[in-house]
Design a protein around this ligand. Structure first.
Ligand SMILES: [Zn+2]
Length: 139
């Protein structure tokens, strides 16, 4: 395994670089407030700059779509079912419009999820070179 830029053999997968640079920290605090001894602890995750640079792509969130769908469904419910057989058309059509927005959000989420899948596959094949600091992909 050689770096195509400088020929160094000091290359590692991005996933490995990221895992190496990620530290789970646990800090204990102790102090006194008004003469009483207080104790607490914090947990956290620390990334080195290199680990952040090599981090996996983030998956897109379906939350906006789900919120719009739920909200639209609720509005339709109030407009059409709650007072059945009297339909509140304003609410009903407003709810349909929100469902239409949810549909657009779903379509963009699917497109983002596809792009995320491709980005993730690229990431799994990407190596970082410690010799020159450049990343390259292996087929
Ligand atoms: Zn290199």
């Amino acid at each position: 395994m050689h770096c195509p830029f400088c020929g160094s053999t000091q290359v590692q997968l991005h996933s490995v670089v990221c895992a190496d640079g990620t530290k789970h920290i646990h800090v204990r605090h102790m102090g006194s407030i008004d003469g009483r001894l207080m104790q607490g602890s914090s947990y956290g995750t620390q990334y080195t700059a290199l680990a952040q640079n090599c981090a996996a792509p983030a998956p897109p969130s379906p939350l906006p779509f789900m919120v719009a769908l739920g909200f639209g469904g609720l509005v339709i419910y109030w407009g059409a079912i709650e007072h059945f057989p009297h339909i509140n058309w304003k609410w009903f059509l407003g709810g349909l419009a929100v469902i239409g927005v949810a549909w657009l959000l779903l379509k963009s989420w699917i497109a983002e999820a596809k792009e995320y899948g491709a980005a993730k596959r690229r990431w799994q094949r990407t190596f970082f070179c410690y010799g020159c600091g450049q990343s390259h992909m292996k087929d």
